[in-house]
Design a protein around this ligand. Sequence first.
Ligand SMILES: NC(=O)c1ccc[n+]([C@@H]2O[C@H](COP(=O)([O-])OP(=O)(O)OC[C@H]3O[C@@H](n4cnc5c(N)ncnc54)[C@H](OP(=O)(O)O)[C@@H]3O)[C@@H](O)[C@H]2O)c1
Length: 336
Amino acid sequence: MDYRTLGQSGLRVSAIGLGCMGMSHAYGAPADRRDMTELLADAVDMGYTFFDTAESYGTVDNPHDNEELLGEALKPFRDKIAIATKFGITFENLAAPGVHAVVTDSRPEVIRRSVEGSLRRLQTDHIDLYYQHRTDPRVEPETVASVMAELIKEGKVLHWGLSEASVEYLRRAHSVCPVTAVQNRYSMMARWNEALFPVLQELGIGFIAFSPLANGLLSRCYTATDHFDVANDYRAYMPQFQEDSFGKNKALFSLLDELAERKHATPAQISLAWMLCKKPWIVPIPGTRKLCRLKENIGAADISLSAEEIKGIDEALDAMHMSDVFSGSLVKSRAI
Ligand SMILES: NC(=O)c1ccc[n+]([C@@H]2O[C@H](COP(=O)([O-])OP(=O)(O)OC[C@H]3O[C@@H](n4cnc5c(N)ncnc54)[C@H](OP(=O)(O)O)[C@@H]3O)[C@@H](O)[C@H]2O)c1
């Protein structure tokens, strides 16, 4: 496994992290706790040192299921790994079917309560990377950054980050307390965040790519006949998994297949290698519940694509017709 260093504060993580959300949330009924505990231990064994969760990744019965799972499963390895978690949102009406809106709340007293809850559930005395999950229009970036500076001083948080913040917000927050990483959606189907790369380069901030496989579609393991549970699986509502999308994405699939054959790799590995080879400060965090995919995804770090090859892929993607891709839950402000 290859390792990367993020931000001026130097957070060192495996080049590929493990997104743990889908073990509890948004990808069907939660996975078996014992199986996931074993999977997380296997991930550490393979060289994964970067695990992504959030206080809001939960189930109808347990709104903090995912942090509790990680806390228990990763306890034996705590000093060898980095845990990233997030504050600042709750999902609205989790018991209802469909994609849930998120409600933002980053008032300082709420962040303080969140950090204590996360530390307890994660069974640790520090969070390696603490993200604001979504910005709160009612709280200034300077206020949030000041709370982060205090938490870092207290040793409860080692590094901090932002998810889906604007450039202006990022710059203002960073000027108060240096940001180590930004976590945004990024895949061959969702490239709008490339516009942020020059700013990240300038400020020395790492980029964590969430949903790097376009929620699994780029693996080529899904077909138009796959159906997902409308009660608890967001993929049932994602544009890229609708039947007509498979026709619209033919050119993308051909590109992935051709590259996979040429590089003796799988389409999922190509999708991850493409972003890994762009910048040394990009770290994708694919999610999986399966051991074979943990192994496959980590293998992407061994695939090399030249600058010329990346340019060719980007040009092909620019010119290509493809379906829409899921762009996230509706974000709402809390009631005052
Ligand atoms: N900051 C945010 O707002 C935010 C939002 C969304 C996600 N995230 C984070 O990002 C992580 C990753 O995103 P994501 O899980 O939504 O999307 P993703 O990583 O693009 O896709 C996950 C899906 O791909 C499948 N998969 C993974 N590797 C595969 C492979 N090699 N071959 C075939 N299928 C494969 C998984 O199925 P199997 O389980 O069957 O392998 C899973 O259903 C999340 O776990 C979460 O930690 C953050």
